[in-house]
Design a protein around this ligand. Structure first.
Ligand SMILES: Cc1cc2nc3c(=O)[nH]c(=O)nc-3n(C[C@H](O)[C@H](O)[C@H](O)COP(=O)(O)O)c2cc1C
Length: 190
């Protein structure tokens, strides 16, 4: 799959099946994260790949009500980092969250390329999740990535989720947050 095709195809889908992710798929997900750029090649990301039924069930107990759809997932990845493991430069440039985002972005495109769904979420209880996974308190559990094969079951989804499942949620007009030459000067694309 071309990169552009993966970019266009990637979606935060809700309908996933519980069918397991295989070793080759897992290897490629890890590869995509490992090869991401990071400030000074610091690689601040730590990712806990949760695959055992027992730990998956415990982690699913931390999901917010709106994220019940993620209970079918056969693989949840907890993305963690801490500021001291990456560049902290002038003017509040703490790069660890940025670098983790880059690694996860690559991983999500790799998942799309393999026909998998990779849906990032922030809706979970971070302290409970950290305790379940043994993540030291000084690390930020930035996001959980819900992985699975595309499924069909959309039962239990809200109206908003059903709508988003059908059609990608709208993006802001380009000129609102893409500027040309100067802050607030809208970028126009011909
Ligand atoms: C940091 C982050 C947190 C998110 N948290 C949730 C979440 O808790 N539940 C959920 O269903 N989707 C969550 N999403 C997915 C977004 O809602 C989704 O990316 C956005 O609506 C755009 O849709 P698309 O990814 O299909 O293009 C999250 C995405 C990101 C990047």
């Amino acid at each position: 799959m071309e990169v552009r095709e993966a970019v266009l195809k990637r979606r935060s889908s809700y309908a996933i099946s519980s069918h397991a992710i295989n070793e080759e798929e897992l290897r490629r997900l890890v590869e995509a994260m490992r090869l991401a750029p990071s400030c000074n090649n610091n690689q601040p990301w730590h990712a806990v790949f949760v695959r055992s039924e027992k730990t998956l069930n415990a982690l699913k107990g931390t999901l917010s009500r709106g994220n019940g759809w993620a209970r079918k997932s056969p693989l949840m990845v907890a993305i963690c980092s801490r500021a001291e493991d990456d560049c902290c430069l002038s003017d509040s440039r703490a790069y660890h969250l940025f670098d983790c985002g880059l690694a996860v972005g690559q991983m999500m495109l790799a998942a799309t390329d393999m026909g998998l769904v990779a849906h990032p979420i922030a809706g979970y209880d971070p302290l409970k999740a950290k305790e379940i996974l043994g993540i030291p308190s000084e690390y930020v559990l930035i996001a959980l990535i819900i992985l699975g094969r595309p499924g069909k079951d959309v039962s239990g989804l809200s109206e908003k989720q059903l709508l988003a499942e059908k059609e990608r949620p709208e993006r802001r007009p380009v000129g609102e947050n893409f500027f040309c030459d100067r802050w607030n000067m809208s970028l126009t694309l011909s």
